[in-house]
Design a protein around this ligand. Structure first.
Ligand code: ADP
Ligand code: MG
Length: 711
């Protein structure tokens, strides 16, 4: 296909030209910030793009670009980064050069611009040579506003020669994180962009990315040589998305909760992300067996199948896709109502990018992360694969050197079957020039190169990956506003502390999450009692046994065996040998049956496992309790029952395990008072106790305490 190069139409784009910038495309002189310039930008946005207002961050970025400042714009996927250079391109003389790594998207953008009457073209390997020539001729004759180029082009002498002498007013680097080795998408073709500016007349640069990591940002600034850049981080909030984390303790439970969620969606669209291809297969099969129509999608499938599934999803003939992260690039289906994560991703960047595919149409959509404490280990395994410890790289090198430069199969370098990270280890030896590799065969190029292995660099990358994983896990475990966590992570400041519209925010007004938090609290106190007993037995202070933080983690994770116990923060081998079993015994005796810990799916329902046993009337009372209404007379009024009936309901709910704490029902003072009066023994008769304590305690309270102790 041959692009028709549009000529400037009368009145376009001169109509939007910012006079201060006119005629100085390559001049280093800075125009002053001016709201007239921004007003013109607003007109262009409306008239050319048809958008009534700027999205968050766009006006600020455009102002900075119009001031000819170097600018780094960090905005989420779908946030509207393109407009940030397209509008300035319309307002300034000269050509805006846009570097983008995604050839397909480049074509889409050019087509979209042309459809709006903006003269734009692209040059990359998919464009025939004669068309490239035509495009460059058009650029030379000032018939183009925007020229999209693939980064590799700058390495081509002919292309650089053609650019020379062109009035380039702006260099826009899209997907700028590709320049950073710390980014998730490093591309060697981006590496040499740093010196491009100097070779094309030193225009200002606007770099755009959705990647938040401060380290990547610093790297972008350094590698592109941005001069006193204006850095804008904006637009990360997606108010229509409801974020929630559902904590579960087994795969089975995870699967059941996900099926329930998908069923509730009826025939709305959803994406279920899984951590591995194998998991995609398993989850798809199980969902299909459970009667939920869905299809799998991962990079191991033939292209035609993938395309067919993607199209079916786009056309709504398929509502649910179970996929790895291979599904997403270029998907912009507007009405995905739920993005479910079966497995925790490796970073909040990945999570937000995937979750962000929900609700592009601005309508409410839900992003649910299912999390079990041991999900971390899958991610750790991947880090082990990608970033083995530096000492292991050195080991692999030593093993390779032992073959004296001979070519060996990579298996020979493993010290155990399927050693994870062997490929990455060999690759880093190749990268540092110590080894050569072809297929599975590896040979040492130097035998004395151990000192040149960049162990510090390797460790740094590894650490970096773990830190990103930690941030992800902190999100999964957060008891406070998830939206605030995301925005803080991405450096998008100025948000509310609590959004009121995510799992923890909704739960903080009552509901299952609060109940579960309290259940954990109860467990924590039991664990403390065990600790106290052990500390007394051994004559040591309690913290020597385990710290509070460890007990909290234990209450949260509820380990059931040695392996799981070792996963609790603060429980090492030796500590486990010494103290592990009594804590396991306590957990076994006290812990509730596992169930989702925090989920809006069950917002008005009692916890699923107990719900079945409860009568509708009991469920009604429990629902009030879960809504945070704990005052017995108020509950009685709300339900139209006597206080005695409510006390009876509460007793049954305590016995059924649906209510696991007296908090809110009986004050701590009263509990302490009763504990003192009974020396902690079970309460048999209420009347003598009531006589003894008088008005300080009511019959109802005594009754609830008795039931609670007896459960
Ligand atoms: P990004 O590159 O940040 O992922 P795009 O530039 O592709 O995002 O924009 C995403 C979508 O938002 C596009 O469909 C674009 O037309 C639209 N968009 C951009 N700016 C605005 C705006 N100010 N108002 C409405 N829609 C906008
Ligand atoms: Mg983009």
């Amino acid at each position: 296909m041959r692009y028709q190069i549009l000529r400037r139409e009368p009145g376009f784009p001169r109509a939007y030209k910012c006079s201060r910038l006119a005629g100085v495309p390559n001049a280093p002189t800075a125009a002053r910030p001016s709201s007239p310039a921004l007003a013109k930008a607003g007109h262009a946005l409306r008239d050319v793009f048809g958008f009534g207002e700027f999205r968050p961050g766009q006006a600020a970025v455009i102002s900075a670009v119009l001031e000819r400042r170097d600018t780094l714009a960090v905005m989420p996927t779908g946030g509207g980064k393109s407009v940030c250079y397209q509008v300035p391109a319309l307002l300034s003389d000269g050509l805006t050069l846009v570097v983008s790594p995604l050839l397909a998207l480049m074509k889409d953008q050019v087509d979209a611009l042309r459809a709006m009457g903006v003269p734009a073209a692209a040059i990359n390997s998919t464009v025939p040579v004669d068309e490239q020539r035509q495009v460059l001729a058009d650029a030379a004759e000032d018939r183009l506003r925007l020229l999209y180029v693939a980064p590799e082009r700058f390495g081509a002498g002919g292309f650089m020669a053609a650019l020379r002498g062109l009035p380039i007013s702006l260099l826009a680097i899209d997907e700028a994180h590709c320049i950073s080795q710390w980014g998730h998408d490093f591309r060697p073709s981006y590496r040499d962009l740093g010196d491009v500016r100097g070779r094309i007349g030193s225009p200002p640069i606007v770099a755009l990315t959705a990647t938040a990591d401060p380290r990547v940002r610093d790297d972008i600034i350094a590698r592109l040589g941005l001069r006193e850049p204006v850095v804008h981080v904006a637009g990360f909030d997606r108010p229509n998305l409801v974020f929630e984390v559902a904590r579960v303790s087994s795969l089975k439970e995870k699967f059941e909760a996900i099926s329930t969620q998908l069923r509730a969606l009826k025939d709305e669209s959803a994406i279920v992300y899984c951590g591995t291809r194998k998991r995609v297969e398993e989850v798809t099969d199980s969902l299909q067996r459970a009667g939920i129509k869905c299809a799998r999608y991962h990079a191991g499938m033939p292209d035609e199948d993938r395309k067919r599934i993607q199209d079916a999803f786009a056309r709504d003939s398929l509502r649910v896709i179970v996929a790895t992260n291979a599904f997403g690039m270029g998907i912009d289906k507007p009405d995905v109502r739920a993005v479910v994560h079966h497995d925790m991703p490796d970073s909040l960047e990945s999570y937000y990018q995937e979750a962000g595919r929900a609700g592009r149409d601005g309508e409410p959509a839900t992003c649910t992360l299912y999390y079990a404490a041991r999900d971390r280990s899958l991610r750790e395994f991947f880090i082990e694969m990608a970033h083995p410890e530096a000492s292991r790289v050195v080991d692999v090198y030593r093993r390779l050197v032992a073959f004296n430069g001979e070519r060996v199969h990579i298996r020979e370098l493993m010290d155990q079957e399927d050693e994870p990270g062997i490929n990455a280890a060999v690759q880093s030896l190749v990268d540092s020039g110590l080894a050569a590799r072809r297929g599975y065969m590896v040979a040492a190029l130097r035998l004395d190169g151990e000192a040149s292995i960049d162990t510090a660099g390797l460790e740094e990358h590894r650490e970096h990956s773990f830190r990103k994983l930690d941030a992800m896990e902190n999100y999964a475990r957060s008891r406070t506003c998830l939206r605030a966590r995301i925005l803080d992570y991405f450096g998008d400041s100025g948000h509310e502390l609590a959004c009121g519209n995510c799992g923890p925010c909704r739960a903080s007004v009552g509901g299952p999450a609060a109940e579960h938090a309290e259940a954990e609290d109860g467990l924590f106190h039991e664990l403390r009692a065990t600790r106290k007993a052990l500390a007394e037995r051994d004559g040591v202070p309690p913290f020597v046994v385990f710290s509070d933080a460890t007990l909290r983690d234990m209450a949260r994770k509820q380990p059931r065996n040695r392996m799981e116990m070792l996963n609790v923060s603060g429980v090492g081998q030796v500590k486990f040998e010494r103290y592990g079993e009594p804590f396991l015994a306590t957990l076994k005796a006290v812990a509730r049956p596992a169930r989702p810990e925090r989920t809006v799916l069950y917002a008005r329902e009692p916890a699923a496992t107990d719900g079945a046993k409860l009568t509708p009337s009991l469920r009604e009372t429990l629902s009030l309790y879960n809504d945070g209404i704990r005052d017995i007379p108020t509950m009685a009024r709300a339900r139209g029952f006597s206080t005695a009936t409510i006390v009876n309901h509460l007793s049954q709910l305590i016995m059924a395990g649906a209510i696991t704490t007296l908090d809110g029902l009986v004050s701590a003072e009263t509990i302490a008072l009763v504990a003192k009066a009974t020396s902690g023994k079970p309460i048999e008769k209420l009347t003598p106790l009531k006589e003894q304590l008088g008005d300080r305690v009511s019959f109802e309270e005594l009754h609830l305490i008795r039931v609670y102790r007896a459960r």
